[in-house]
Structure formats: structure tokens, C-alpha cells
Design a protein around this ligand. Structure first.
Ligand code: G3I
Length: 374
């Protein structure tokens, strides 16, 4: 298996479209006992049904800013190979957030975003754009600028028009409004735009994004939607209102940041996807990961087996909902994940230990994708 990966690396993922590894025809169920980690010999994007895109974030910036590998897409050939061969859709983890892309007013830095989009195009992959409005990762000039509501409205319009326009025709879906409700279903404090202008600004954000790229599918996106009834209801109510007003809302993103510390797997996961699909929206799992407490520093076999089952259930939930169009995993491999930097003592959240070592969760994903739509 090591030889397989070495041979794949020798193909040079950055020099042209990379061939995915051969498709496995195995229909073996996921082993109930965790297996030793191994190099992947099949490609998730190849085993996935044609109408479900399997994806990954493109890590970089954010928690990696202060490390010796701030942009692994540039510095890590094995990482490029992993992204090139396994996935059909990519989402820049941090490159398109406000602080990254508009660090000073009217001064845009598209370098990292352009690199991710070009890489995706080179490998026949779609891109999800993340994000246009959020209460985090905003630059100080925006949050501390003392702007009037009218000025903020103009600033948001200009940002959305410029960023979405820059990628017109190249980014298939945008997370327009990210995490705008808290777990109680209240407007999330800290977003400079909803703080000043109320939830009504969300409709304008969608309209401006649509004007800038009419082909992009425009999403609301949040975590815990599958677990918090109040948050879910707030999004369902908002989505209905936006659709009734003719606002170009096209999809609901269920982030899917799950933790083994809060078992069981969210029982309402699938029905949550279905509830938004029933409104006529696409749904997508946009940031899937399954973190765990690492007592002793490493995941146990039992934890890895449970994690594998949760990944299987997440993908099976998507496959069961006809309008569920993609499953994107966040921060893989474990060596680049945001989790240890945010949750002390936790980690091992992704299906890969490192660029070339898959975990039992990978086998579970393969099996779930091979089972197809139900
Ligand atoms: O702002 C500070 C800065 O003042 C400080 O100098 C610097 C030192 O490293 O850290 C800066 O904050 C970092 C921030 O990125 C900068 O954008 C945080 O430490 C870092 O944890 C943060 O990471 C990103 C986080 O979003 C916030 O943007 C993660 O890489 C990224 O994985 C995470 O992704 C989010 C999604 O966008 C939305 N859903 C939840 C998901 C996980 O939090």
C-alpha cells in the first residue's frame, strides 16, 4: 500500500489532472472491530453516486497562520495529492473570510482563494465559497470602524459584489450568511451587519450575491441545526420568509461539527436535512468532522470505531435525502485540523491521520457511498 501512495505521489498532483486510484468493487461492510490505519486504495469521489459530491476544506490561514505550514496547499505535495484524488468539491477553510480577503477597506487579497479555486479547476472539482457574513474573523477596520448602519450596508454590498463577482462562474455555491442564529434561535450577537441592520440585511446579502453571480447556489450555513430545535426552527422560519419574498436562497448548509462526547449520533440529523429539502432547497453537509477527547493523547480503537459509524450515519443521512447534494469534511487530515487549537485535549476529528493514512472512518465513508441513495 505504501508503494501505491508513493506511485501516486510520483504522478505529481500539481502538474495536471490527477487520475483517481482504481475504484474498489468491494462491498464488504465496515468491520465492527477497528482495523489498523492504512493508505487509501480507493477514491471517495469515484465511489460516490454521481449526484453526491464528496468534499474537503482546503486548510490554510486561521489556526495554521502561526505554524510553519500556514498554507499546506503550497507546501505539502502529499496534501495536494489527497485533495486531488479523493474529492469532487473543495471549500477554502479561511481564505475567503473577511479578514483574509478584505484586510483593509476596499483592499482585496485574493491570492489564497485564487490558488484554491485554480487547484480545484485543475482537478475537475467544484468550489464552495465560505463565507460572506459571519460574526467571526472580521477585520478590525470593520468591527471597530464606528460605521453608521447606512455605511455598513454599503460596505457589505461592496464586499459581496467584489468577492462574488471576482469568482463569477467559478464558485458553484456560497455560504452567504454563516451562523446568524444562536442555539436558542436568537440572532447571533457580534455580526457587524445583523447587529446594526437586523435580520433584514440577510435578504439583501442574498440579492447582491445573486446579482454578482446568478449561477451560484446561495446558502445559509450553521452548526447544531440538527441538535437544537430552536435554532432549526429559526432557520426554517427564515428560509420560508426569504423564499416567500422571492429572495434567491438556494440551499441550507448543515455544518456537522460533531463530538463523540455528546452521544448518540444526532437522531434528528436526517430529518433536519429533509425539513429544509421539503422547502425546495438543496441541502449540503458543509463542515463534517467528529472530534473526541484524547485521554492518553491518542484515540482508542473503540473511539475510532464509533467515529467511523458516525461518519457512516452522516453520509447515509445525506444519501437518504434526494436534495442533499454534497458532504464536505472540515480540516482533514487530523494533523491540520482546527479542533486541537480550539478544544484543548480533543482531536482526531477527521477520516485521515495524515496526508496518506486513512482511519476506519474512511472505510465507513467508502461503504456508505457504495451503498448509494436509499
Ligand atoms: O484573531 C486572532 C489573531 O488576533 C491572532 O493573532 C491569531 C494567532 O494565531 O489568531 C487569530 O484567530 C484565529 C482565527 O482563525 C483567524 O481567522 C484563531 O486562533 C483560529 O482558531 C481561527 O481559525 C479558524 C476559525 O474558523 C475562525 O475563522 C479555523 O481555522 C477554521 O477551521 C474555523 O472554521 C469554522 C468555519 O469557518 C465556520 N464553522 C465553524 C468552523 C470551526 O470553527
Amino acid at each position: 500500500m505504501v508503494a501505491t501512495v508513493v506511485a501516486l505521489l510520483a504522478l505529481g498532483a500539481c502538474t495536471g489532472p490527477a487520475e483517481p486510484p482504481p475504484t474498489s468493487t468491494s462491498t464488504e461492510p465496515v468491520a465492527s472491530e477497528p482495523r489498523p490505519s492504512a493508505s487509501p486504495t480507493v477514491s471517495l469521489r469515484t465511489v460516490a453516486p454521481k449526484d453526491l459530491l464528496i468534499g474537503s476544506s482546503v486548510v490554510g490561514g486561521g489556526h495554521l497562520s502561526g505554524t510553519d505550514h500556514p498554507q499546506p496547499l503550497e507546501s505539502d505535495a502529499a496534501y495536494r495529492q489527497l485533495l486531488a484524488t479523493q474529492f469532487a468539491t473543495l471549500t477554502p477553510e479561511n481564505a475567503l473570510k473577511w479578514a483574509s480577503v478584505e484586510p483593509a477597506r476596499d483592499t482585496y487579497d485574493f491570492a489564497a482563494g485564487d490558488a484554491a479555486v485554480a487547484f480545484a479547476e485543475q482537478h475537475g472539482e467544484q468550489v464552495r465559497g465560505h463565507n460572506l457574513m459571519w460574526h467571526q474573523s472580521n477585520p478590525a477596520w470593520l468591527t471597530e470602524g464606528g460605521f453608521t448602519p447606512d455605511q455598513l450596508r454599503q460596505i457589505l454590498h461592496d464586499h459581496i459584489s467584489t468577492v462574488v463577482g471576482h469568482y463569477r462562474g467559478r464558485i458553484a455555491a456560497w455560504d452567504v450568511a454563516n451562523e446568524i442564529f444562536d442555539d436558542y434561535g436568537r440572532l447571533q450577537a457580534g455580526d457587524p451587519f445583523t447587529d446594526a441592520l437586523g435580520v433584514g440585511i440577510v435578504a439583501d446579502a442574498f440579492r447582491w450575491a445573486h446579482e454578482a453571480d446568478p449561477a451560484a447556489v446561495l446558502y445559509l450555513n450553521d452548526y447544531n441545526v440538527e441538535s437544537s430545535a430552536a435554532k432549526r426552527q429559526a432557520y426554517l422560519d427564515l428560509a420560508r420568509q426569504l423564499l416567500a419574498q422571492g429572495v434567491p436562497l438556494g440551499g441550507m448548509g448543515i455544518q456537522g461539527h460533531l463530538s463523540l462526547q455528546y452521544p448518540p449520533f444526532p437522531p434528528d440529523f436526517r430529518s433536519t436535512l429533509q425539513a429544509f429539502a421539503d422547502l425546495g432547497l438543496d441541502v449540503a453537509i458543509t463542515e463534517l468532522d467528529v472530534r473526541m477527547a484524547l485521554t492518553g493523547g491518542e484515540a482508542t480503537g473503540d473511539q475510532l470505531a464509533t467515529q467511523a459509524d458516525w461518519y457512516r450515519q452522516a453520509v447515509a443521512g445525506c444519501l437518504a435525502v434526494a436534495r442533499c447534494v454534497s458532504v464536505t469534511m472540515w480540516g482533514l487530515p487530523d494533523t491540520y485540523s482546527w479542533v486541537p487549537a480550539t478544544f484543548t485535549g480533543q482531536g482526531a476529528a477527521t477520516p485521515f491521520i495524515d496526508d496518506s493514512t486513512a482511519k476506519p472512518a474512511f472505510d465507513a465513508l467508502v461503504a456508505a457511498l457504495q451503498a448509494g441513495r436509499t
